[in-house]
Ligand binder design. Sequence first.
Ligand code: ADP
Ligand code: TYD
Length: 209
Amino acid sequence: MSSSKGKFITFEGIDGCGKSTQVKMLVEAMNRSEQKTISVREPGGTVISEKIRDILLHSHLQDICDRTEALLMTGSRAQLTYELILPNLNAGINVIADRYIDSTLAYQGGGRKIDIDWLIKLNQFATYDLEPEVTFFIDVLPEEATRRKSKEKDRIERAGIELQTSVRKAYYELSNRFQERFVLIDGHDSIDDIHDSILAELRRRKLFS
Ligand code: ADP
Ligand code: TYD
């Protein structure tokens, strides 16, 4: 990737771990330091991807089979990557994503037990082979995440603590498999301390100044 391209940074973790809070703070910090930056969230982020999101997360549609779930998640990702992420990176704008490829590996792989190596190939197809430069895995105990999410739960969140526990385990496996890219963050720390450690890690990697 040429140095004039934007940086692509992703956030991962179980539902309620604090990703969206940190994505917002990081985008603000980067824009304050004159590094033009946008955020995206998955599933969703384009008109088509938001329609796919409605199907995926609507709590009345309980009959989606695991393979359809995997294909719709990656379908939403392909559209987002093609329409928003790649054009912005190519224009030199940084993109911070609230969930990306690793969510499929953790939820559809670890959670729904679909073969991880196959999902990696599916992700490569959906992303035009784009990979994040760094991935912050914000780790919290499922019990803490459930306490934090007081609002009405979507279809996947309603699957409960057992799914979140398998997903969390899968994220640990991913952080071992992709050690260069993954940064483990203790999500039980305060919001400001987490933000500071994210900035410190980005400085260390020369992705923030
Ligand atoms: P996610 O995007 O991972 O689902 P959010 O960022 O929306 O999580 O956070 C879920 C809830 O937890 C929000 O009410 C948020 O204010 C709160 N929260 C986020 N980070 C922390 C933290 N480090 N400590 C305590 N509460 C937090
Ligand atoms: P959302 O409310 O956007 O995220 P969060 O709960 O983290 O704030 O919900 C997205 C849900 O979709 C979440 O439960 C994770 C799930 N998901 C997958 O199962 N696979 C995927 O590939 C993605 C991107 C999300």
